[in-house]
Design a protein around this ligand. Sequence first.
Ligand code: MG
Ligand code: MG
Length: 312
Amino acid sequence: MSLAAGTSITPNISNAELQARARAAYLGLAIGDALGATVEFMTPAEIQHTHGIHNTIVGGGWLRLPVGQVTDDTTMALALGRAILEGQGFDALLIARSFDQWMRGKPVDIGHAVRRGLMYFRRTGEPFVSENEMDGGNGACMRCLPVALATIGCDEAWVKEANRRQAHITHNNPLSDAACECVITMVQMGMAGYSKESLLKGPVTTLLNNQPKFIFDQRERYNPTGFVVETLQAVFQAFFATDSFEACLVNVVNRGGDADTTGAIAGMIAGAYYGLENLPQRWCTKLDKKVYADCDSQAQSLLEIGKGNASV
Ligand code: MG
Ligand code: MG
């Protein structure tokens, strides 16, 4: 496949540190999901009334989750990761089948666009839905981490193409694509050791220039919905206003709304940026053991795919 020239993000840290940051990004996604799910769809006032400041992984929430369990954000990312590893790359049919198999496993929750896209795939065998302005939900963005891991060091055009092969199975929408591309680049730059200012001046500014709807200010976005613009505005405000993984995650989930997904996306970015040693132990030990093991092993295997694809 020939691809247009573009920039690629080359890690300038040791391989061991890169692996540790990849694991931190995946565990960060799962931690944010598990932490946020408790308060998903609550308002900040309801959270305050029930939990004070919500900062412990306790399960519950509207899904009545066991302690340490995760939702579709993490389990769809794992389904995507399995398909990438099975195909040693981005085969849209394999990814669609893996998502379909995930749906057959009766996940605890599933978004409308995801269900609609996967039912379309079952009916037609076509992996991609057509472009739809209603697909601006955060469902493709919440699961995009495996793309970031499996394309680090690759040409920018290939990173975008790889993401579309997973995203367009359920969400074919320019706002969703732009959001995924921004988050993927932020994760890759975080893993590669770039500064927070570089993340702001690079992928975030590109997103704001290309899609001004995402412009965010210092006023905090409360009750972010599942619309990917509101989701990322909350994530950006929390990430850039705090200086640790823990503070970022506590900040974002206490805004309520789609808190498992703001938590998941903030968790992957902050995990990549702050690194494994800065994930609070009390959160890591509360995560479901199988989820922890799956995230941990996929993170390392997906990085290997990235090395193989770097010259695609
Ligand atoms: Mg969820
Ligand atoms: Mg959610």
